[in-house]
Design a protein around this ligand. Structure first.
Ligand SMILES: [Zn+2]
Ligand SMILES: [Zn+2]
Length: 197
């Protein structure tokens, strides 16, 4: 096979764009593929446009990042609230206080005073996971999806636990809200998944 631009020169390969033979002086290699003189510019432009589109963060991921951080902040606030309402200090003071009527938080049945302690601890973990997920998704790392899934599952478990311990109607409102938030977060993350690296 000869170069299509230089009929007297042997081709070293075939242009990946037009499929014609190219000689060593006409061929340009881009990411392991050969291109002829005429197509090289076109391919480079296309790659640049693609890179530019890739550099732009999809709005769904931006919203997901912010929501995950807010989710984490909310869980942290709830964890601090649970601890602050006397559960942890009581636990430190003595077993009687620990098992006594610990919590004044309506979401928790005060007769099961160990629940706020466990929930508070789990909430700290969930809070950290939520904030980290926001950060990973912001930096468009695929691992953010794994961490986000962990956060969503943990969030639903916590919500389920709070709801099952609670007699307050506020608990069901919170549960519905958290479930809705998790659905939105999953949808946003899935929508932006393709732009993750
Ligand atoms: Zn070509
Ligand atoms: Zn040539």
């Amino acid at each position: 096979m000869k170069c299509y631009l230089h009929p007297n020169v042997d081709a070293v390969g075939v242009c990946s764009e037009c499929g014609r033979g190219v000689c060593v002086s006409c061929a340009t290699s881009v990411k392991g593929k050969l291109y002829c003189r005429n197509d090289f510019g076109k391919v480079r432009l296309r790659n640049e446009l693609r890179a530019k589109a890739d550099a732009k963060r999809p709005p769904t991921l931006t919203i997901a990042s912010v929501l995950f951080v807010l989710y984490g902040v909310g869980e942290l606030a709830l964890a601090i609230l649970l601890m602050y309402t006397g559960v942890v200090p009581s636990a430190a003071k003595g077993p009687l206080d620990f098992f006594g009527t610990g919590s004044s938080v309506g979401l928790i049945d005060s007769s099961i005073s160990i629940a706020p302690l466990i929930a508070g601890g789990v909430l700290f973990v969930a809070s950290a996971a939520g904030m980290l997920t926001g950060d990973w998704l912001w930096r468009r790392r695929k691992f953010g999806v794994a961490l986000g899934s962990f956060q969503i599952v943990l969030g639903l478990i916590i919500t389920g636990a709070l709801y099952s311990y609670s007699h307050a109607s506020a608990a069901s409102d919170v549960a519905v809200g958290v479930i809705a938030l998790n659905v939105v977060l999953a949808a946003l993350t899935a929508a932006g998944y393709r732009s993750l690296r």
